[in-house]
Design a protein around this ligand. Structure first.
Ligand SMILES: [Fe+2]
Length: 173
């Protein structure tokens, strides 16, 4: 596939994420959490992968994927940020290196949101969230240096361009 992980490791990871109950189930989220805990515990291996980097921006690198899930390594250039967004699918992520600042928002209408909480996610941090609803967030790397995180999304990377459902503009912050 993409050459970032061996075929064996890709197969093992994708098999472990297969759930009869689908990618919104408790079993799936627990399996995704296990995969992330394993990957964030090997920062040397992840950092040695030939990942794409975009100075000042974030770069997504597909590590493995099938018709149910896709696993990405995201390299956050210093100063990079996502839009304020929610997801059409479950979204699990873990921080491998650097610090990723995650800000949570509350929608006040269909296109605007106000910040409610901000946390610095350190290496080893793992989180899983379900789609849409109140799960609106933004991720940024204030540096110094790059950050790397692993994301597991419950979507077919060949059917959807990204995991983003709706983007918002910030009000009051
Ligand atoms: Fe997100």
């Amino acid at each position: 596939m993409q050459g970032f992980l061996s075929a064996e490791r890709q197969g093992a990871v994708l098999r472990s994420l297969r759930s009869d109950e689908g990618t919104l189930s408790r079993d799936y989220l627990a399996a995704a959490r296990d995969v992330l805990r394993e990957l964030v515990a090997m920062p040397d291996l992840i950092q040695r992968l030939p990942l794409e980097r975009k100075p000042g921006c974030y770069a997504r690198n597909l590590l493995a994927g099938d018709e149910n899930v896709s696993i990405w390594a995201i390299v956050w250039g210093e100063g990079s940020a996502t839009s304020i967004h929610d997801h059409h699918c479950s979204c699990c992520f873990g921080v491998v290196s650097g610090v990723v600042t995650e800000t949570w928002y509350r929608a006040i209408d269909a296109s605007r949101a106000v910040p409610t909480e901000e946390q610095q996610r350190q290496p080893g941090y793992v989180a899983c969230m379900l789609p849409s609803g109140p799960n609106i967030h933004r991720m940024r790397n204030f540096g110094p240096g790059e950050a790397i995180s692993i994301h597991i999304y419950g979507f077919d990377h060949e059917a959807h361009a990204s995991s983003i459902e709706t983007e918002y503009t910030a009000v009051g912050g």
